[in-house]
Design a protein around this ligand. Structure first.
Ligand code: NAD
Ligand code: NA
Length: 396
């Protein structure tokens, strides 16, 4: 079929298998171009099919020759029905991994469930024996707690007072004022349940109890801080409370891993266009201004550049892992540079529908968004008849 983008609100309903494949190949080539990393050899990535998790899987495999197991929740393809991008990304990744002689298997299902955890532990036991690195990179709006059976929904809201600020609809380019009402106490607790550290700890507890973590094993989860501008809706809002919980959980897990010489980290990553971040109000306007400034400074990075730098310059240097005063790895260092933030803050004051295309990188934002779904990727023939059915070779 001929596959075209079909947008509805903040999502795209279609995905292009060849475009997704090309994105993965581009990321693999980037990692290879940076040379070998003396990193992990057996890696479990939870949330492995898109964004930072996919970049972590690619960096592990093609930077450090790692065997990888990837967990994700994606819609498969079938005749006449397109898969979600993460399915096509994973199919492309596994094909490339196989050709390179690298072990790669995947499990598609709810990572929050006991069933997927049990299946994963059995696969590790059977195939890899133990794991050197567990990457926890889930972004989800819902979680069913396997212990209580209760389904929790996260919300993106300010705490205590309404938040009024500018935002942009990146499809139309329209800059408008929005006002978001504050959350309830229950919203905070639900968001912590979904995006906090409880499930990460459950994964590590399960792996450790089954003796599936290698000596000196590491685990890492991803967080975000961002500028003052977005604080009410991000870091000091409901999602920020969940990130506080995730960051605190790193210390709990680190204690639990100390007897095997292991450790747990949170890495604070840069703001990037992903399916998760596009849904957060205000963030797209901030990202479009940030991209403009960082590109002008020659310090712009995507997920793959971020994670390649995280592995080669933070986690696997052979020396101590550098962390901030709260114990967090900071790979958002270039985003948070004082000069970058001052420029973004000044542009923010000026931004209007009329001037945003020139003072901000709205085009870069939009392009990255299309790229997430395999569209507007260089070198892909979008007029070609394309097979929508693609298999993941190592799917369990
Ligand atoms: P993403 O939406 O690109 O990836 C989410 C992944 O989780 C996908 O692989 C998806 O299949 C998987 N997933 C979702 N629900 C699942 C479930 N129930 N079971 C199994 N898999 C499931 O998101 P992302 O932006 O890469 O976010 C990953 C992490 O990075 C999050 O913790 C996020 O807060 C953090 N982060 C994001 C940004 C950003 O700007 N995008 C910045 C810093 C940190
Ligand atoms: Na991810």
């Amino acid at each position: 079929m001929i596959i075209e983008p079909r947008m509805r609100g903040f999502i795209c309903l279609t995905a292009h298998p060849v475009g997704c494949e090309q994105n993965v190949i581009n990321q693999i080539n980037y990692v290879k171009s940076k040379g070998k990393i003396d990193g992990p050899k057996r890696v479990l990535v939870i949330g492995a099919s898109t964004g930072f998790g996919l970049a972590s899987r690619i960096t592990s495999a093609f930077g450090s020759d790692a065997s990888t197991i990837g967990i994700f929740f994606e819609k498969p393809s079938s005749p006449g029905k397109l898969a979600t991008p993460g399915w096509y990304n994973t199919a492309a990744f596994e094909k490339q991994a196989q050709e390179a002689g690298l072990y790669a298997k995947s499990i598609n299902g709810d990572a929050f469930s006991n069933e997927v955890k049990e299946k994963t532990l059995a696969l590790i036991k059977e195939d890899l024996g133990q794991i050197d690195l567990v990457v926890y990179s889930l972004a989800s709006p819902v979680r069913t707690d396997p212990t209580t059976g209760i389904t929790h929904r996260s919300v993106l809201k300010p705490i205590g007072a309404p938040f009024k600020n500018k935002t942009v609809d990146f499809h139309s380019g329209k800059v408008t004022e929005i006002s978001i009402d504050p959350c309830t106490e229950e919203d905070i607790q639900n968001t912590i349940k979904v995006m906090g550290g409880e499930d990460w700890e459950m994964w590590i507890d399960g792996l450790k109890a089954a003796n599936l973590l290698a000596p000196n094993a590491l685990t890492i989860a991803y967080s975000y801080i961002g500028p003052e501008l977005t604080e009410p809706v991000y870091r000091k809002g409901t999602i920020g409370r969940a990130k506080d919980h995730l960051e605190a959980t790193a210390f709990t897990i680190a204690d639990k891993l100390s007897d095997i010489g292991g450790n747990a980290y949170v890495s604070v990553n840069k703001a990037l266009v992903t399916q998760a971040s596009s849904a957060i109000p205000v963030i797209p306007l901030y990202i479009s201004l940030l991209y403009k400034v960082m590109k002008a400074e020659g310090i712009h990075e995507g997920c793959i550049e971020q994670i390649q730098r995280l592995y080669s310059e933070r986690l696997y240097t052979g020396g101590n892992v550098p962390v901030d005063e709260k114990g967090r790895i900071r790979i958002d260092d270039w985003e948070m540079r004082a000069d970058v933030q001052a420029k973004v803050a000044a542009l923010w004051e000026e931004a209007t529908t009329e001037n945003l295309p020139s003072i901000g990188d709205l085009e870069g934002y939009s392009n990255d968004f299309y790229n997430l779904f395999g569209f507007k990727v260089g070198g892909v023939d979008y007029t070609a008849d394309t097979n929508e059915v693609v298999e993941i070779p190592g799917l369990q």
